[in-house]
Design a binder for this molecule. Structure first.
Ligand code: GMT
Length: 384
């Protein structure tokens, strides 16, 4: 099949899903054409069956905001025709579904069909804003197929945009469990590498490691991780490793200084490969206001790391409370602290949870989920 894929190329869950999907589809022999303003961040090597088509965004004095949506539509229509695409798959509704709709109109409705994958904030934060509401609803309704990354997101989309549930299919985020895998033999080396990266003996022999990886947006509630960590570290020897960058980072750094825990917290910035961090982690934290799925939690589970995460949104479909971690109220610092201490101070529970974590992640293996996308493409194309 010839598949066009559009996503945000920057660090973030939706871009990661789209890039990994493209990589896996290409491995299966499909021709994948990425169409975006930048090379998706996990797509840094030349790969067989993958092409990248850059969308040029023209600057012009009249344009205070260059119309990317239109440039993207034009590029999509060009690639649909030149590469004879069978299907176009866009990730994140705004503005990608609107661009795909325009591209389909440009080449003719009978020439291409497009699938929109909703990831979460495109519905719960951006798409439902009054300035975007009508166009988001229109673009979802006019997609040939719609997938949601959890049942929670499907219900939220139905409720917010009055879109019938049968128009949407739930296809969960997936993980390459062979790549995201714990390797005990590397732990000492990776701890040493982290200390070298920081430039001092940050991790001591008996320290437990708590980690979090994100784009530091307010929805992630990283301040609550820091507050809980402050209480945790009064009870046990622990270090906090924060990976990523984003709008809340300066505030988080200030908070760490004010709480006088700078020696125990490390900000690693953006990291291409997060497996080494997860490999040395004893606990992963994701106390977001809400997560439509929580891809980073799945990455942690796959590396056998128990998760303390939000009970809001779709995370309960990934992390089973009491089995591979605990689900908490993200605003309740005591609850986060208690859940973390329960795991970190009980070796037996920690080990049971880490086995359950890996077992849980295997259910979301790429080999199980990717075929669901292919089946759905065929359904949308009326091939089945
Ligand atoms: O989590 C983010 O802020 C990034 C965001 C994105 O769209 O890039 O992630 C969303 O999509 C991921 C992939 O489907 C989901 O696993 C995340 O749960 C979702 N984020 C939120 O719902 C906050």
């Amino acid at each position: 099949m010839k598949i066009g894929l559009t996503c945000y190329p920057t660090f973030g869950g939706s871009g990661a899903v789209a890039a990994e999907l493209g990589i896996e589809l290409a491995k299966m022999g499909h021709c994948v054409h990425f169409i975006s303003y930048g090379l998706p961040f996990r797509l840094n090597n030349f790969s067989k069956n993958i092409s990248f088509h850059e969308v040029e965004v023209m600057a012009y004095p009249l344009f205070r905001y260059p119309p990317y949506t239109l440039s993207l539509s034009a590029k999509m229509s060009e690639i649909i025709e030149s590469e004879k695409l069978d299907i176009l798959h866009v990730h994140y509704a705004m503005p990608h579904a609107t661009s795909a709709y325009l591209a389909r109109k440009m080449v003719g409705d009978d020439k291409i069909r497009f699938v929109t994958t909703l990831h979460g904030t495109d519905i719960t934060l951006v798409g439902n804003h009054h300035s975007f509401f009508k166009i988001t609803k229109f673009s979802i309704e006019n997609s040939n197929g719609v997938t949601c990354v959890s049942n929670y997101l499907k219900e939220a989309t139905s409720e917010t945009f009055f879109i019938p549930g049968n128009k949407m299919k739930v296809i969960y985020n997936f993980i390459d469990t062979q790549k995201y895998k714990r390797d005990e033999d590397k732990v000492i080396y990776e701890k040493k590498k982290l200390n070298e990266f920081i430039g001092r003996e940050f991790l001591k022999k008996d320290d437990l490691v708590i980690s979090h990886i994100s784009n530091f947006r307010p929805v992630k509630r990283i301040q609550n991780i820091i507050k809980a960590f402050c209480a945790i570290t009064r009870n046990i020897n622990a270090k906090l490793v924060l990976v990523g960058d984003g709008p809340d980072i300066s505030w988080c750094k200030l908070m760490v200084e004010k709480l006088k825990i700078s020696q125990k917290v490390c900000f690693m910035g953006l990291q291409e490969d997060i497996v080494p961090v997860l490999n040395i982690s004893d606990l992963y934290m994701l106390p977001s206001k809400s997560e439509s799925f929580g891809l980073s939690a799945l990455e942690a589970l796959s590396c056998s790391v128990p998760v303390v995460g939000t009970k809001n949104g779709g995370l309960p479909e990934v992390v089973l409370d009491g089995s591979c971690g605990f689900l908490i109220d993200p605003e309740n610092i005591d609850e986060i602290t208690e859940a973390a201490l329960k795991i970190l101070s009980d070796k037996k529970l920690k080990s049971q949870m880490s086995i359950a974590a890996r077992k849980r992640a295997l259910l979301f293996d790429s080999k199980i989920i990717i075929p669901q996308y292919l089946d759905y493409y065929n359904e949308v194309l009326n091939y089945v």
